[in-house]
Design a protein around this ligand. Structure first.
Ligand SMILES: *Cc1c(COP(=O)(O)O)cnc(C)c1O
Length: 425
């Protein structure tokens, strides 16, 4: 089978190879890149000896035109050098712990892989990555791209509006990374990044973004769905995805379309409930985002919605996906319930997912074994754990070590004039 070309969800951009889609981020017509065909999973996917081995077998057919096997294998082994265990909680319920990477959220999987693919695809050009972040994305991207040859990262976050743990992760000094504490809101940061893309780019240089619309982050996220089933003896599963921008869910849908036996997906959202309402009754309004305890899912208008609709046209979307929205109080109750029943400490995002499974089973009577993607380490959210359980979580060594590392951050006013000097450096 030939390698896919990548086409835009809006149909009016030329089809490009994987490397071009990776470096472009967004298609020129403003749409999101999609493969024009879905390479089937290799028949022996259940027999993989390790995550990097499986990663190679699954991913290579998607980008074979641009990455020879002897370049792709070591790159994946380097990116995916942490465990992703499937933990049974009883009652045909499992959590897939995606938070054992360096910044303790699932975004390490996509960001680390994308960073290495990008450095390889640049062929001597230089690239500046701009990211606005309100939490997990920024640290995963900064950590993933730090020290990659030819790449600089400029990271903008709203000063004083991220949690102390998240801020620490954002401001530690990393080679090739400039962190800017913007005197404004997350929306200001996003506006500045957008404005920066309108600025002239010097010859021989590229400018790109690393948010979850990039196929380079999306494709690697198929791996852990496959890995979860490969390390279990389950014939099929229902998978619950704590969701915000719907990137994670979109990757799961691509894995299912490639042949992974996932019966149904549960899209578990917090109070930012556009997508569950869309699944319920076709809602088409995008309300402004509201702040919740599961802040990495505080998204009003999910950017991957367009891609998900293209992958599952018409009624197939509702056949394959079931959605629900969980309030902060229900999230805290879910953290308490799983802790009391099993001793398992779930972070607020994972707790939204656990509640999603409970409701799905109650509403549908479907008793298929369920896997909840555990997207962040509970220690990233000590305030929520304290509120739910009355004690603070232990700090893992990876996080404790950050306290002693030097920091490197510049405060800036929320204006393009203030940002401009950092684009050129
Ligand atoms: C980003 C994030 C999510 C949401 O993932 P999407 O791909 O945006 O749907 C969920 N949980 C955590 C911890 C995250 O960092």
């Amino acid at each position: 089978m030939t390698t896919p070309q990548y086409i835009s969800t809006r149909d009016s951009s030329p089809a490009v190879g994987f490397a071009e889609a990776l470096l472009n981020g967004l298609a020129p017509d403003g749409g999101l890149y999609l493969p024009d065909r879905i390479p089937p999973l290799p028949s022996d996917w259940r027999d993989a000896a390790s995550l990097p081995d499986l990663a190679f077998e699954v991913l290579h057919p998607w980008l074979a035109d641009d990455f020879a096997p002897d370049r792709l294998r070591p790159l994946l082994a380097d990116a995916l050098d942490f465990p992703i265990p499937l933990v049974p909680l009883g009652d045909d319920l499992y959590v897939l712990e995606l938070f054992h990477g360096p910044t303790l959220s699932f975004k390490d999987v996509g960001a680390r892989t994308m960073a290495r693919l990008t450095a390889e695809a640049l062929h001597g050009e230089r690239l500046t990555i701009l990211v606005a972040t309100s939490g997990d994305t920024g640290s995963a991207v900064a950590d993933g791209f730090a020290g990659q040859p030819g790449v600089r990262v400029v990271l903008l976050y709203p000063k004083g509006q991220v949690s102390p743990v998240q801020e620490r992760q954002l401001i530690v000094e990393r080679p090739g990374v400039q962190t800017l504490a913007v005197e404004g809101t997350f929306d200001d940061c996003q506006r500045l990044v957008k404005a920066a893309f309108g600025e002239p780019v010097p010859e021989g240089e590229r400018r790109s973004s690393a948010n979850s619309i990039n196929v380079g982050r999306l494709l690697p996220q198929m791996l852990y769905y496959t890995w979860a089933l490969a390390q279990s003896d389950l014939d099929e599963a229902v998978v619950c995805v704590p969701s915000g921008n719907l990137g994670n869910l979109t990757a799961g849908v691509m894995a299912a379309r490639a042949g992974l036996p996932i019966r149904r997906f549960i899209a578990a959202h917090n109070a930012n409930d556009f997508f569950p309402r869309y699944l319920d009754y076709g809602a088409d309004d995008f309300p402004a985002s509201v702040r919740t305890l599961s802040n990495a899912m505080d998204v009003g208008a999910p950017s991957n919605f367009e891609r998900l609709q293209a992958l599952l046209p018409g009624e197939t979307l509702r056949d394959r996906l079931w959605g629900t929205s969980v309030t902060d109080d229900e999230t805290l109750a879910s953290m308490r319930a799983v802790y009391e029943a099993t001793g398992y400490l779930a972070d607020p995002h994972t707790a939204v997912g656990l509640e999603g499974v409970r409701r799905y089973r109650q509403a549908t009577g479907d008793t298929t074994p369920a896997i909840v993607l555990s997207t962040a380490h509970p220690t990233k959210f000590p305030e929520a754990v304290e509120r739910a359980l009355g004690f603070a979580p232990e700090t893992p060594p990876a996080l404790a070590a950050l306290t002693n590392r030097p920091t490197f951050v510049a405060p800036i006013a929320p204006t393009l004039e203030a940002l401009r000097p950092y684009l050129r450096k």
